[in-house]
Design a binder for this molecule. Structure first.
Ligand SMILES: [Zn+2]
Ligand SMILES: [Zn+2]
Length: 154
């Protein structure tokens, strides 16, 4: 399992290999020492049951995609179809828009899921079965505040 640990102090993303993770890592940006408590299922890539960074047990599942790439794709599709529209080739313009939307759907459907810790936003990628529910805004609000109070950010 690959982890993307989030530094509690500066939010930097720190890649960690769960199978041979050290007991603690140092943040490359702010120098914060971050102790890692990897549970046996996390180490063995079997399940995400406890977060190694904040020891929280609440996670959500989301699609593993880069929103910037998705947006660039939509903008490019719209720009190309606008050119055809300008030359009064509406039908071509609409089919390009349609094709772009379709490709978007296909790409989205094929994306893998990743698990994210509600409290510290550490990300988990691996072969383990995804059991965490979808993102819930209310849960996120409550747990993030609890975590930030605990680490003294507010
Ligand atoms: Zn840091
Ligand atoms: Zn966490």
């Amino acid at each position: 399992m690959h982890l993307l640990a989030k530094c509690p102090k500066c939010d930097a993303s720190l890649p960690v290999e769960a199978a041979d993770a050290p007991p603690s890592i140092t943040c490359g940006r702010c120098g914060q020492l971050i102790p890692l408590n990897l549970s046996a299922p996390v180490r063995a890539d079997q399940a995400v049951d406890a977060c190694p960074v904040c020891s929280g047990g609440d996670f959500y599942t989301r699609k593993d995609f880069d929103p910037k790439v998705g947006l660039a794709f939509v903008v490019a599709g719209a720009a190309i179809s606008a050119v055809f529209y300008w030359f009064a080739m509406d039908l071509v313009a609409y089919s390009i828009l349609g094709a772009a939307a379709l490709i978007d759907l296909v790409v989205y459907g094929r994306l893998k899921d990743l698990t994210v810790c509600y409290r510290c936003h550490t990300e988990f990628r691996g072969a383990y079965p995804r059991t965490a529910p979808a993102f819930d805004l209310h849960t996120a609000d409550v747990l993030e505040q609890e975590y930030e109070r605990r680490i003294g950010r507010r």
